[in-house]
Design a protein around this ligand. Sequence first.
Ligand SMILES: *Cc1c(COP(=O)(O)O)cnc(C)c1O
Length: 437
Amino acid sequence: MLAGALNEESMRINQDRHKVLSYQMIKQLEKEFGSSFYLFDLQQLRENYHKIAAAFRSRYDNFIIGYSYKTNYLPYLCKELAGLGAYAEVVSRLEYDLAIKIGQDPKKIIFNGPLKTKEDIEYALTNESMINLDSLYEIDFVKEYCLKNSEKHVKVGLRVNYDISTDGISPLVEGYEISRFGLCLDNGSFGQAVRSLSALKNVTISGLHGHFSTSGRTVGTFQKITQGLCDIAKEYKLFSLEYIDVGGGIFGEVPKSIMKNTPSFADYAEAICQIMNKEFRQHKNKPALVLEPGISMVANTFRFAAKVVETKKIRKEQFVLAAGSAHNIKPTFHKKNLPMTILRKSKAELLRHRRESFHIVGYTCLEKDYLANSVEDIVPEREDYLVFENVGAYTIVFNPPFIKERPGIVALDGNEWFPVRKRETISEFFHDDLYCF
Ligand SMILES: *Cc1c(COP(=O)(O)O)cnc(C)c1O
């Protein structure tokens, strides 16, 4: 397998943080990975981690980053973040077991999500992981565990579902009026959970969790979330809280061409930490502030490279067929074009006359499989490479096994590169252990 140092030209990646790639390097990678693959920028990941940590820690000392596994659970990426000090925020037993497999300290796993079996809960409690209960059925499992293990002291957190609307307008994604997650404050389910747990001698409610998926990701929403959790802690006299978990959903450093004027890490940190500092000023043991970044941690750490296979005209429209699919870069099929660079076989100066509008389309048989619409540039040629930016979040975890194997993933670390996922072959795709032939 190829791995190694890059030649001088490709080392520009290192110097230019806007990640100039050379055509030559892409051709080198093509030999091992075929005509499409992801590029994973380790330095960018470390930078994101340190920026988020610094923004919050400088304002509120006791700060924990719980990286949201579901956003991108490439094992190498999870391991790198664990090494930097991140906790693992997992929402299934599969993700929990991955965290264990990469060597995460079980005490630094935050187990969230609506579905946990009795066995999952027993395992996580025995491991002393942080666990946020989402529904009342989980309380029954905790109760059983506590009665069986009366010598143990158990800590659990609760995910609360409360109103974060402003002037009656809900900030939730896709216009949802209410969220379906957590224990409802308004109808008494949360109170019931607190009472059931308080009745057990060996349980402490150690955390409150409030994650909401909003489309705006505004600073104001995070103020509501944080203040809401603090108010609930007071109202229910939860004096042993060890953490306030405000969930994920902050913007990362979004390229201007995708969206302008998104809040910075400092903007979120200032708003959230100001409330935490105000609420817990008098406390000797301030609860930890937990943030669960997903998209903001990883979106800009991945690029996707796909070879141009053909260019053709249909009536008057120019199409460029790529060895990739919208499934690889935007599984939600949103309409925005991602930032993209074209690595050309020929010098662009010689092709200036070929500037026009074109669509980039993928290998699937879906009419809607457009990687980009109406791009204005010099039309690429066969064997050029298209490199799409900002594809680290909700891509490799959403890539369906549709028509083609999953592409490989190459990590770049300074001037080094090495595979962190090989390209899938038919024997893994239709694995003998899985399928009955
Ligand atoms: C999805 C999710 C996150 C991460 O959200 P992003 O928008 O990717 O930052 C964090 N916490 C929980 C509970 C989640 O479900």
